[in-house]
Write a protein that binds this ligand. Structure first.
Ligand SMILES: C[S@@+](CC[C@H](N)C(=O)[O-])C[C@H]1O[C@@H](n2cnc3c(N)ncnc32)[C@H](O)[C@@H]1O
Length: 275
């Protein structure tokens, strides 16, 4: 239940269009309701203070996709429990701020801070309307936050471009678009394409009264590139992390069986031009 009066039991799940407003609004309630369960399942792998880019296990400490952030102003959007920002502050020496649309995820972040004796600045904000001044950050990033859950990603990219200083970096990871064509199943059953890669209808879960409880949106690789370029940013590169030998951990549809054959994550690196 989200507001004490409505039945939020899942009644239907599938791929179909929903009004953009309802689809974009669903994430907040869903992550509030599922924050604890999500962190029970994945919290140990994420670590209390670490920047994990993806289920393949690529960490910022190895990848260095954000560059040298010591002394930099860094903004995390869709931060969840802010593990990435906490690591950036306590280990990498950055002045990082964590934002998320879900109060439940930010409450979990505050609990992690209390347990670790750290203080991560936490701000509740939709990544489509960031409450920060123009050109106020050197780096903005997200690991699987915000972008998959909004129908209008161009707004996120525009906001990122606005709050970045000229020359500042934008790095984000998302489910690899190729995965959309395959069942979300980590076993051999997830190796046969059953949907069109080009079908942009979101995956939607609804309650019995038709309310959208969860919506996840697909974009092709070209769509992600168009979003970045359309916001006036410069694309620096794409990273497709490979599944490491010996990495056995399953996370939803990610695991060693599919990881051996298909990419699971796409990381996009971009920057705001200097002029
Ligand atoms: C898969 S978690 C990623 C967080 C963290 N990197 C992790 O791996 O746990 C997705 C996060 O995106 C947040 N989110 C969804 N829609 C958002 C939006 N429109 N603006 C900001 N955050 C959003 C959710 O609340 C959730 O905390």
């Amino acid at each position: 239940m989200t507001d004490g009066s409505q039945d939020d039991a899942l009644a239907d799940a599938g791929y179909h269009d929903v009004p953009a407003e309802a689809g974009g609004r669903a994430a907040r309630g869903w992550w509030d309701a599922n924050a604890e369960e999500y962190l029970d399942e994945h919290g140990a792998f994420l670590g209390p203070a670490d920047l994990l880019w993806c289920p393949e296990g690529l960490r910022e400490s190895q990848a260095r996709l954000l560059g040298d952030v010591r002394g930099s102003r860094v903004l995390e959007v869709g931060a969840g429990a802010a593990q990435g920002s906490r690591w950036l502050r306590t280990v990498a020496g950055a002045d990082a701020v964590a934002t998320d649309v879900s109060a439940g995820m930010l409450a979990a972040a505050a609990r992690l801070d209390a347990a670790a004796g750290t203080r991560t600045p936490l701000v509740q904000a939709d990544a489509r309307a960031l409450p920060f001044a123009d050109a106020s950050f050197d780096v903005v990033f997200t690991a699987f936050g915000a972008l998959p859950f909004v129908p209008d990603t161009e707004r996120v990219h525009r906001e990122v471009a606005r709050v970045l200083r000229p020359g500042g970096r934008w790095v984000f990871s998302v489910t690899h678009p190729l995965r959309w064509a395959f069942p979300d199943d980590p076993s051999e059953h997830g190796l046969t394409a059953t949907r069109s890669y080009f079908d942009r209808r979101p995956y939607v879960e609804t309650a019995a009264d038709g309310r959208v409880l969860y919506a996840e949106y697909h974009r092709t690789v070209a769509d992600h590139v168009a979003d970045v370029v359309g916001a006036g940013l410069v694309l620096d590169g794409l990273v497709e992390p490979e599944w490491p030998a010996g990495h056995e951990r399953v996370w939803g549809g990610w695991g060693p069986v599919r990881g051996a054959r298909l990419p699971g994550t796409l990381i996009v690196r971009a920057h705001r031009p200097r002029t």
